[in-house]
Design a protein around this ligand. Structure first.
Ligand SMILES: O=C(O)C[C@H](NC(=O)Cc1c[nH]c2ccccc12)C(=O)O
Length: 450
């Protein structure tokens, strides 16, 4: 760990950093709107990742790409091969930087950019995510991205969770830190992650070892209901979650003439959906179940032989989620048995719960006090629980003796996350860049027992 570092505060003035960031505001807006317009869902962020690679390589960062930062077998919820190929081609047509694409081909759309200062000091890791949601953007004049001509041009893909902002923050942070590298020590690692939605990407980056040398780690999010001007230094409300698909396979038959020869997959799925939503709870904390998709059958007079469901379980702790998930497996198997059909389960995504490191949260809190735009700084929030696969990276850092956190930068939103009218006040990006740069510039001042 890094508590032995005793050099004094770097004395970086807020105004110098402010100037750097202010100069980048027009570029940040342009970046964000470009990424918003060419929204790419999880594992197909070919254009996005290539643009990030091009920008950071030009800045002089050392890059690790694709398979070097993503463990193939640990990826979850990957689209079919044909979709990956088609989306890569589309990215090329939409201006992806061709020379980087081979590294990302086949669903390896992540990268890590490293700045080694050459001066002794800790490794600081910042994680941003790059993927859009599977959602059609609202196309009307009331929605600013449409009005101002930067609504998504990719059907069924929309940045409705702010990851276009996160990616932009990562790029701008890279610029600021490179410009101020003489005032930095140690090593900065900027982690650009694919497929956060559905909690599918982070595990593969954790298992590739991208944070194994990281002493101080934070992931970030904007919005999530936190008011503008507010910073949450150590968000700790993430639920553990398991995402899975179920397919039921029965036997089709004449619904009038020989129904007894059929095995009804639709009824098995319906039975399972009701059973899943009536699972017993756990005394150790909150839990959730959601059957988000159920599709079955092929025709009115045919006993349905096929059904599929997309399901998620969540729990306040890993233990609660595991309990709910195991119950869910029993329900699915039971429903299949009732109707004499077979079933298959595919794991599509997962995340853990994780608690930020108290000493690092304290440091973030102290450093954030110097950012004038932050009018309220809190360590944690009681919030409607969501999930985050950055928890895999947090847990990996902590398991190796590093400190980890998850910061949320509040901002005004036009609609809730995952809504087709979602948009955010872009000024939050500069605030985030300033705050994260401050952490890196002042890391020498960190004290375990401060
Ligand atoms: O499980 C997922 O697919 C991830 C997705 N994650 C988010 O929406 C991020 C998120 C939700 N709630 C919060 C609160 C703070 C930061 C980030 C978030 C979710 O919970 O559905």
């Amino acid at each position: 760990m890094t508590s032995h570092i005793t050099e004094s505060h770097t004395g970086v003035t807020e105004s110098e950093l402010s100037q750097q960031v202010r100069a980048l505001v027009p570029a940040m807006t342009a970046w964000r709107r470009d990424l918003h317009q060419y929204a790419e869902s999880g594992w197909v962020e070919f254009r996005t990742a290539s643009k990030v690679a091009e920008a950071l390589s030009q800045l002089g960062y050392q890059l690790q790409l694709g398979r070097d930062v993503i463990k193939a077998e640990a990826r979850m919820g990957l689209p079919p091969e044909a979709v990956l190929r088609e989306q890569e081609q589309r990215a090329l047509e939409q201006g992806a930087v061709a020379r980087w694409l081979p590294a990302f081909s086949g669903g390896f759309t992540g990268l890590v950019a490293t700045l080694s200062t050459g001066r002794p000091g800790p490794v600081i890791g910042f994680r941003v995510d790059m993927d859009a949601l599977d959602l059609n953007e609202q196309l009307d004049e009331q929605h600013r991205p449409f009005r101002d001509g930067f609504a998504s041009c990719n059907p069924g893909m929309m940045h409705a969770c702010g990851h276009d902002g996160h990616t932009t923050i990562g790029i701008a942070l890279a610029q600021v830190l490179m410009a101020m590298r003489d005032q930095l020590c140690g090593t900065i690692k900027l982690i650009f992650q694919p497929a956060e939605e559905g909690t599918r990407g982070a595990k593969s980056m954790a298992e590739a070892g991208v944070v194994d040398d990281v002493d101080f780690f934070t992931a970030i999010h904007i919005g999530t209901g936190v008011p503008a001007g507010q910073l949450v230094c150590g968000n700790d409300t993430f639920m553990a979650t398991t995402k899975f698909d179920v397919t039921f396979t029965g036997v089709a038959a004449h619904a009038g003439g020989k129904p007894e020869e059929g095995r009804n997959a639709l009824l098995a799925a319906a039975q399972a959906a009701l059973g899943l939503h009536s699972l017993p709870r756990h005394s150790a904390g909150a839990s959730r179940v959601n059957v988000g998709v159920l599709q079955a059958g092929s025709g009115r007079n045919v006993v349905p032989s096929q059904a599929s469901m997309k399901v998620e379980t969540r729990g306040a702790t890993n233990e609660v989620n595991e309990f709910i998930f195991q119950q869910a497996m029993n329900v699915v198997a039971g429903a299949a048995a009732m109707h004499g059909v077979t079933h298959e389960i595919s794991l599509m995504g997962a995340a853990q719960s994780s608690t930020p490191s108290a000493a690092w949260v304290r440091f973030i809190h102290q450093q954030a006090e110097a950012i004038p735009e932050l009018v309220k700084i809190v360590d944690r929030q009681e919030a409607a629980a969501g999930s985050e696969d950055a928890t895999y990276l947090m847990e990996r850092v902590k398991a190796r003796g590093g400190l980890a956190s998850y910061m949320v930068f509040g901002c005004d939103l036009s609609a809730g996350h995952h809504n087709e009218r979602f948009d955010f006040d872009e000024s939050v990006m500069a605030v985030a860049v300033k705050t994260l740069a401050t952490l890196a510039l002042n890391i020498r001042a960190f004290r375990e027992d401060a």
